[in-house]
Design a protein around this ligand. Sequence first.
Ligand code: HEC
Length: 215
Amino acid sequence: MGSPQVKIRLPQDTANSYEWNAFVRYSIDVLDTIDGASKYGEINEGEVFLEIEFIPIENAEELVEKVLKDRLKKAKKETEHMGLALMKNSTCFGCHADKATHTGPSFSEIADRYENTSTHIVSLSNSILEGSKGLWGNTEMPSNPDLTVSETEQISKFILEQGAKKNNWIIPGLEGTFRIIEKPKNIEQGFYILTASYTSTSKMRGQDSILLNIR
Ligand code: HEC
């Protein structure tokens, strides 16, 4: 029993090279010996995530190729943040997204409101455990009695860190479109690393990382 195979697909004509501000259409192929294949509709798309990481190169004198090679190697080996893994395992993504507001506030809104300090981690962790109402609006967040305090603290840390990364996104689903940012004034070059991952029903994780070149 191996890890699921995951592959990111982009339109072939782009050669993984995009202009600033361009839309990037992607799809993710998943193949797992037990769960089946995404092309036959056998994969639960709620278990498939694309992580998009922006890499600014402020000074092209840097050894760009080396930096990128190292980052890509790191992305390929990287294990998932515990907090993210726990959220994927729970119901959170049914109501929350990284940068978009759904039933609950986005990670980005949460990170804008609370600084990443131990006091806020404790209070967020408590909201997740006990449920919450009235802090953001009239909709209630149900309690999560099946999580432990150390788990909800991991999750809170993850939400605050990820929410604060304005140019990095996490999007669930087997396909979609995202938009490359406008060129920041202070940088010479930019790249994105895309990492797609799938966690199978037998809790095996497969992933794929690729590099996008921004022109
Ligand atoms: C049924 C929808 C729903 C689910 C499922 C859900 N949330 Fe929420 N969440 C909300 C809503 C609505 C709020 C805003 C509550 C309020 O106004 O106090 C919220 C608020 C939050 C906050 C901010 C709390 C604060 O103190 O400001 C965090 C953090 C959070 N959710 C994390 C999670 C995590 C982690 C999970 C999964 C374990 C989760 N949520 C599952 C709807 C949901």
